[in-house]
Design a protein around this ligand. Structure first.
Ligand SMILES: [Zn+2]
Length: 469
């Protein structure tokens, strides 16, 4: 754990570290004889498929070919047009009649967290609704164990077609940034990761019912406390020291505008976006007024607030967790529920779904920019983490969202929200060769997203169940 002195010198320290890293990298390039694992063994590939969906326009190219060079997309078009530019020796992947889509982006997830819902009796005795025992266990567990768990979740996400994810908290001090770097170095398979480091919170939002003698130490492992504007700035700097990609704040009614504005100012100075968890109207308003980049969840947002968000260009990141009896299902697999509890759960799920349906429809009407994230952090019996995450997005269609907008929410829109629209989110020349394919037509049946059959990241085939063609 860094001392205050190193934190104050954080920026300078980072610059020194960066120059050191650059020097090391140049030396390695001069002398290293070994190939980096992350590099594709095949530099040029041609991917052919029956259909390719341009998510920007909604148009389908059929048939389609994508020429890939050194992990990036070089050309997209009909095979007859692309073929003449394919160099001899290039490897061809023929996906038959499948539909190609850009690699999927889950813009709100928690790969280092695995919440197992506690038994009914324990849940009902909880004083603080926020803090489930397993969240405490996750924090108290060995950071090494957590990051290894995260590596498994990362692989499972990638196999389900998520080639980029944004981890928004619950990773310990540096679990998410280390996992990101290990994936980028080719040590473990996984999606591109945007990591936020520790979540910024106000006192009382997560650990208030813990033993006060231990609470601060536990808090320090998982969160950074915002307590006044100066401390808010310092919290951002401490995350910057860990080389985070984004700042995550959990807003509640205790968070002041001055505190959040300080966070935004400090983060934007370092070109980091600020993602704010906000559920109630007051927190949402504080986030809008502070000029944050995205509001996560946003359940109680008013039409007037949606209008303000639209005018300011603030994204709403929808997290459709309350669909398909999700919270009942994750309980059923791990605990025995009384009939009363089960009935209550089913009712709560249904009410949650109805409320979220209305939200999705108001969001579509308002013209606000939106993306979507799974918010997945739960143990889901019988599903991998990737499968559980992928099961969330088709639900937006059930809520009234056209299928093309569901696809945009996890490709083009998400890329823009993350500030990576020049790298990911579409099958276009110059972007990373992150592609997925499904057998059917996702515009006609959005649940195809749950049956991704082919995954490519960086021009490397991760999975191909269509190989028979
Ligand atoms: Zn979350």
């Amino acid at each position: 754990m860094e001392t205050i002195k190193t934190i104050v010198a954080g920026k300078r320290g980072r610059r020194i570290l960066k120059s050191f890293a650059l020097l090391t990298a140049s030396l390695l390039m001069l002398f290293a004889p070994w190939p980096l694992v992350a590099q594709s063994p095949v530099a040029v590939r041609l991917v052919k498929a029956g259909r390719l969906l341009d998510v920007h326009t909604g148009n389908v190219l059929s048939p389609a070919a994508v020429l890939i060079e050194n992990g990036k997309i070089k050309e997209v078009g009909p095979p007859s047009q692309v073929q003449p530019h394919v160099p001899a020796g290039a490897k061809t992947v023929d996906l038959g009649s499948a539909t190609l889509l850009p690699g999927l982006i889950d813009s709100h997830t928690h790969l280092l967290l695995d919440v197992v819902i506690p038994p009914e009796a324990e849940s009902s005795r909880r004083w603080n609704g926020n803090f489930v025992p397993d969240l405490l266990l996750a924090i108290a567990e060995s950071p090494s164990k957590r990051v290894l768990f995260g590596a498994q979740m990362a692989r499972e996400d990638l196999e389900s077609g998520f080639t980029t994810v944004r981890i928004l908290g619950h990773s310990g001090i540096d679990g998410d940034t280390e996992l990101r770097d290990a994936i980028n170095a080719g040590r473990v398979p996984g999606p591109r990761i945007l990591a936020c480091g520790r979540k910024l919170i106000t006192r009382g939002s997560y650990v208030q019912s813990l033993n006060p003698a231990l609470a601060d130490a536990i808090l320090e492992q998982e969160f950074l406390l915002i307590d006044g504007a100066d401390r808010a700035r310092e919290a951002v700097r401490r995350n910057e020291f860990q080389n985070v990609d984004v700042i995550k704040v959990a807003a509640d009614e205790n968070l002041t505008l001055a505190e959040l504005a300080a966070v935004v100012e400090e983060a934007h100075r370092e070109h980091l976006k600020v993602a704010v968890h906000a559920i109630d109207k007051t927190s949402i308003q504080t986030a809008i007024d502070a000029g944050v980049d995205s509001i996560e969840h946003g359940n109680e947002v008013t039409d007037e607030q949606l209008r303000q968000m639209r005018d300011k260009g603030i994204f709403l990141d929808l997290t459709p967790t309350s669909y398909g009896g999700f919270f009942t299902k994750i309980r059923e697999g791990t605990i025995v529920m009384s009939p009363e509890n089960q009935a209550e759960r089913i009712k709560a799920d249904e009410q949650g779904r109805q409320r979220y349906d209305k939200l999705v429809q108001r969001v579509l009407k308002s013209g606000v920019k939106f993306a979507a994230g799974s918010d997945m952090c739960w143990f889901y019996p019988g599903k991998t983490r990737g499968q559980a995450s992928a099961s969330r997005f088709p639900k937006l269609h059930e809520a009234g969202m056209p299928t093309i907008d569901v696809l945009r929410a996890i490709t083009t829109n998400a890329a823009e929200m993350l500030g990576w629209q020049d790298r990911i989110g579409a099958i276009e020349p110059g972007k990373f060769a992150d592609l997925v394919a499904v057998s059917g037509d996702p515009l006609a049946d959005i649940t195809e997203l749950e049956r991704v059959r082919f995954v490519m990241k960086d021009g490397q085939v991760i999975r191909n169940d269509l190989a028979a063609h």
